[in-house]
Design a protein around this ligand. Structure first.
Ligand code: FES
Ligand SMILES: [Fe+2]
Length: 340
């Protein structure tokens, strides 16, 4: 077989890339739990683009999920040794470089493989039990989870969900405190005392940091934690939030991160670390958070517009409770997004 015009490398079209989210291509995004990528290729969607994860003995690689012969979906194929094989005509691509190494319809000892037959490769890293992909050269590091490597902490996987909202809407909710007395009445917030005091929001190299103490004013009010909670938030652009809760028991860390699947679909993951209550089962933290996240999901999925406006005149902002949300919108605007 010789190279023909039909084999022109197929590039993603504008339709493949979520409208206006191009700046996000240059960030790491979590796309799948690492243990879910085994001996078969796994297809995911990131920023509207099909991506295939391929695990071979050499590690995990990420490619555009598109065979360059006739545009078949590589993730419908299979792994054979060091290669991933297209489901349509069986072209084999090297699982690391993406270069086509075998065309079955040609004699085995007389292969003519066009050099353009190479899967488009993306950067891929395994971290915190997740696989992270950057579609373009990343301009920010992978989010840290310092407690995950700290012997004083016990770390465990929590859960993942797919939400019908944008990743920025999801993240903004994970950063928000003033909804606690309403959406999480009785567990996180006291509906009879929803007032909040002003708090400072600081810029960091990777995003934002702020802290807030809910000291409950009714002595008879008991929240889930049995007392005041000091919340410390760190946000890494674009969609990772580390929430450190300092409670009477000790410190609990909620690591929330989210993949912008499309402009209005978000795959989120929640991981945990704690330095206390090692005798209690991990699922207590997971189960409680699933309840909290479900309460959030009902409200957030119905927010309009689906994508978070970064223009501050598009919504009404209150200086004290909305300080973090205002700062977050500013960061999104700084990286070139008009809504996210
Ligand atoms: S489309 Fe993949 S081998 Fe033909
Ligand atoms: Fe919430």
């Amino acid at each position: 077989m010789t190279e023909t015009a039909d084999m022109t490398r197929v590039r993603p079209t504008d339709d493949d890339v979520a409208d206006g989210l191009t700046p996000l291509r240059a960030y790491w995004h979590p796309v799948v739990r690492a243990e879910d990528v085994g001996d078969a290729p796994v297809g995911v969607t990131l920023l509207g683009e099909r991506v295939v994860l391929v695990r071979t003995a050499a590690g995990v690689s990420a490619f555009h999920d598109l065979c360059l012969h006739r545009g078949a979906k590589i993730s419908m194929g299979r792994i054979e040794g060091p290669n991933v094989v297209c489901p349509y005509h069986g072209f084999a691509y090297d699982g690391v470089s993406g270069r086509c190494v075998h065309i079955p319809s040609q004699p085995r000892d007389d292969q003519h493989i066009p050099s353009r037959l190479r899967l488009e490769r993306y950067r891929c890293e395994e971290r915190h039990g997740l696989l992270w992909v950057a579609l373009d050269d990343p301009i920010a590091p992978l989010p840290e989870f310092p407690e995950a490597g700290d012997a004083a902490y016990r770390t465990h996987y929590g859960f993942s969900r797919m939400w019908k909202t944008s990743a920025a809407r999801y993240t903004k909710n994970a950063m928000d405190l003033s909804h606690f007395p309403f959406v999480h009445a009785g567990t996180l917030g006291d509906p009879d005392h929803p007032e909040m005091h002003p708090f400072a929001v600081d810029r960091t190299e990777t995003g934002l940091r702020y802290q807030y103490e809910w000291d409950f004013q009714r002595p008879e009010f008991t929240n889930h934690y049995g007392g005041p909670v000091n919340y410390e938030y760190e946000v890494d652009l674009p969609f990772t939030v580390r929430i450190r809760l300092v409670t009477p028991n000790g410190r609990t860390v909620i690591f929330s991160t989210a993949c912008p699947v499309t402009e209005d679909r978000t795959h989120l993951w929640v991981l945990f670390a704690r330095d206390h209550s090692f005798d209690r089962p991990d699922h207590e933290w997971t189960d409680f958070s699933i309840q909290i996240w479900s309460e959030d999901q009902e409200v957030v999925e119905e927010q309009r517009p689906e994508r978070l406006p970064v223009d501050l005149t598009a919504e009404v902002h209150l200086r004290a409770p909305d300080a973090a949300g205002i700062a977050y919108r500013g960061l999104l605007r700084d990286i070139g997004l008009s809504h996210a």
